[in-house]
Design a protein around this ligand. Sequence first.
Ligand code: ADP
Length: 537
Amino acid sequence: MEGAAAARIQDPQRLRALWDLRLLDTPTEAAFDRLAKLAARVLNTPVALVSLVDRNRQFFKSCIGLPEPWSRWRETPLSHSFCQHVVATGNPLIVPDARQSPDLRDNRAIAELDVVAYLGCPMILPNGQVIGSFCVIDSKPRNWSDADAAIVRDLTASVMTEIELRHIHDQLEERVRERESLYRELVELAADGIFVSDEHGRLVEVNQAGCELLGYTRAQVLQRTLVDLLPPEDRIADPPRLDILRDGRTFIRERRLLRHDGAVVPVEVHVKQLSGRRIQGIVRDITERQRHEREREAMVRELTARNADMENFIYTISHDLKTPLVTIAGFASLISKDLEEGDFAKSRVSLDEIHKAVAEMGKHIQDLLLLTRIAHVPVEKKSVLLDELVRSLLKVHQPRFEQAGAHTRLLNKLPTVTADPTDITRVFNNLLDNALKYRRPDVAPVIEIGAERIDQEWRLYVRDNGQGIKPEYQQRIFGLFQRADSRIEGTGVGLAISKRVIEAHGGRMWVESVPGEGSTFWIGLPASLDVESGGGA
Ligand code: ADP
């Protein structure tokens, strides 16, 4: 075959178009065989072919009447092909006797396939690419009539319709498959749980995230209804209202779901009615979000409380610092007067008063520094053996306790917790000091220290049989500069600091007290701080 014709056979675009049809090397099919048989019968030829011309062979999608082994192989090399000429020219090829044709007489199809007369029409795709030839063949010479040529042309058109329909169908199916796998990926890889139920609430579809959210397998989810996924108390109090879902509107709400392991998960659900009255729920775990919200609220509460403290603080500190200042100013002018009069003894008395006032100011300023430190320095946490800590504090205070005739008792073993040792020491010092300071004059002080574990909290206490605190003061004394008894010396700062320290450890502080009988100061620490029970740092 000469150059230009060969180039048309080898044209990559033509070959690509042929291969894309996915007809090469596929089994015979009734639709093509019917058309080939029809051609052979109507034109009374022994052979009819649907021949697809590939790069170096022709493949027969249909071959009626071809001798063996060709009909079994269903292909020949191009050396045995008349059809390649149809493809190369894009025109019908009408050969009455190939043995007489200078172009064809050497073609091996004559000797090996018994091809003498040939009538073939090009199979042309809508894009103009010629993929092969639909042909009839006779083993003896034949003068093809125009009517013969017209029949082959019409049947070729039918073959092409068949091929195109098939191709369009394939492409459609492929597109559907692609879309399906895209949607499946979208659903399966979604971070949110996606649930679909029928109109009665029976679950019919769930994605991976949905299964993980609930701790169920897919099969387990599909055996359940929407109601089954709720905690028992919500099933009656707040069942799913599928009847209010209309018109594809989305309802967004928060709910609680029951996990396989019995845990309850807070979720946000977007509910929507799909076609076929199915219901879709997109479900997001909001455990973390709720935790952040709670933390933020706690922080706002804390900041508000600190602001109030601060206002109180500024007010009181200016008042408290002013009092000794006024005292100092007063005695200073007395001293000038006494000095003028040469009364050194009197000025010494005044000087003593000034010293006292300065000491008082110094204490206020020290408390002030301590408070700002507690407000800013983060707790340094390590294992604190509370039992040892309290025992050694009691030893330190022992002389004072003895002097006051006080009895101290450590009622049970205190836990070891993860805490800031300096801060915790400060708290116990403050409580022990107060227990002694606010004793009843006529009763020997008894101070008891102990611990109870209640659920997730360690409750430590310091109990006294002192003067007690009136109910209206029991909360207030934890505020800055708040005091219930002005007869006894103090600044009203100790409990405020203690409470802050305990709260910085995630705990709480409160008092139970009966006036005239005594008080119990409680320190509640989260059990997670307990080193032995596995909490720890
Ligand atoms: P301060 O002892 O310097 O006044 P605190 O903050 O330690 O400051 O205590 C605040 C107030 O709480 C005290 O002034 C006192 O009225 C009351 N209080 C504290 N501990 C006891 C106690 N164990 N018994 C009775 N009242 C107490």
